[in-house]
Design a protein around this ligand. Sequence first.
Ligand code: DX5
Ligand code: ZN
Length: 224
Amino acid sequence: MLQPDAPRVLVAPSLLAADFSRLREEAQAVEAAGADWLHLDIMDGHFVPNISFGPLVLRALRAQVRLPFDVHLMIAPADPFIEAFAEAGADHICVHAEAGPHLHRSLQLVRSLGRLAGVAINPATPVAAVAEVLDLVSLINVMTVNPGFGGQQFLSGQLAKIAALRRMIDASGHRIALEVDGGINAQTARQAIEAGADTLVAGTSVFGATDYAAAITALRPAAS
Ligand code: DX5
Ligand code: ZN
């Protein structure tokens, strides 16, 4: 059961599942449909086995949409590109803990550019990977699929990890969004929220729907 004082659950539609020939219209449509953030998946064909888009696409969309840009970097190395994404209009820049040996430095770099820093962890990565950077991050992204593609099935084995991170964040006293990413639909959203997530990335379940507003509403708990 959602507690009465629980924070509002945020929904971040992932543009990866949008019609790429109509990116502006798609981004504006989820904004009008009540999305909280726009999630932008950056893939390099190296850290993950797929290629998506880069800072030029962000820049083109930035003037068209007011939603905060939640940028998920699935690239290695990340550091050489962080400034370009910041300049292109990213509000949050999330780097993978597995993307290099210097996560702390990457997060410092994001913060030095005035952007909110996030860290993402793959399904096989334990919570300990983020324990020493809680003071630097505003966001932790728990991948509930292996990153690289939309439309995959939610890995329910990650629920225990979400719960462990919830405890870790609460004990830290830091204000950190706990985001889940991959395979989120109305059912898995509920499970993730019950485990302690407060931010939902959803690609297929939003952009694959005919009514985006209904799809976004269906992800939020009724009381949210
Ligand atoms: C996967 C991406 C996700 C993806 C989610 O690598 O990080 O953000 O777009 O897509 P769905 O919601 O379709 O699983
Ligand atoms: Zn993502």
